[in-house]
Design a protein around this ligand. Structure first.
Ligand code: K1U
Ligand code: ZN
Length: 168
């Protein structure tokens, strides 16, 4: 397995819109495995293909404490939403920044699995928040873009400064 490089905001490639996956091939299965390994190594609870510069509609999520309940969603679609939640979100592409974002509290999602079959699933709590956050990545949207322009520009300056400081 390979640990993939995670794109860091404000990399322009984070704004690309991912294309639907027409057939679940071994290549897609390998990408999903590598993404899961990358997510676990980075101590994340989710990862979208966009974040590893693979612009296809694929996300991986594991919100379990035991880190053994991996979900892989190919071509995910939200087909129902209920309620509203306000969760403190983080992002492996925007390290060290945590902000409260409003999302739907309960969602029903339809997606294709690694076996090529369609399935539907109900999610709530952190799982629902994480699915919505990862689906935004597939649309080229990063969570801080829900914040005011002022907050976004402060975050961009902070990250650019940090990126300059770590360069040799
Ligand atoms: O970069 C990502 O898309 C992964 C991201 C997912 C996420 C976390 C929290 C809310 C919504 C989406 C992360 O895994 S960030 C790191 C993390 O492990 C974490 C941060 C805050 C709460 C719980 C976990
Ligand atoms: Zn993210």
């Amino acid at each position: 397995m390979t640990i993939l490089k995670i794109l860091q905001y404000p990399d322009e490639r984070l704004h690309k819109v991912a294309a639907p996956i027409s057939v679940v091939t071994d290549e897609i299965r390998l990408l999903a495995q590598d993404m899961a390994e990358t997510m676990y190594t980075a101590n994340g609870i989710g990862l979208a293909a966009t974040q590893v510069d693979a612009h296809q509609r694929l996300i991986v999520i594991d919100v379990s404490d035991t880190r053994d309940q991996l979900h892989v969603f190919i071509n995910p679609e939200i087909i129902a939403v209920k309620g509203e939640s306000d969760y403190q979100e983080g992002c492996l592409s925007v390290p060290g920044i945590f902000e409260k974002i409003k999302r739907a509290e309960n969602i029903t999602i339809r997606a294709t699995g690694l076996d090529g079959n369609l399935f539907e699933l109900d999610a709530d709590g952190l799982f629902a928040v994480c699915i919505q956050h990862e689906m935004d990545h597939l649309m080229g949207r990063v969570f801080i873009e829900y914040l005011s322009q002022l907050k976004q520009s402060r975050i961009r300056s902070k990250l650019k400064k940090r990126q300059r400081d770590v360069k040799p």
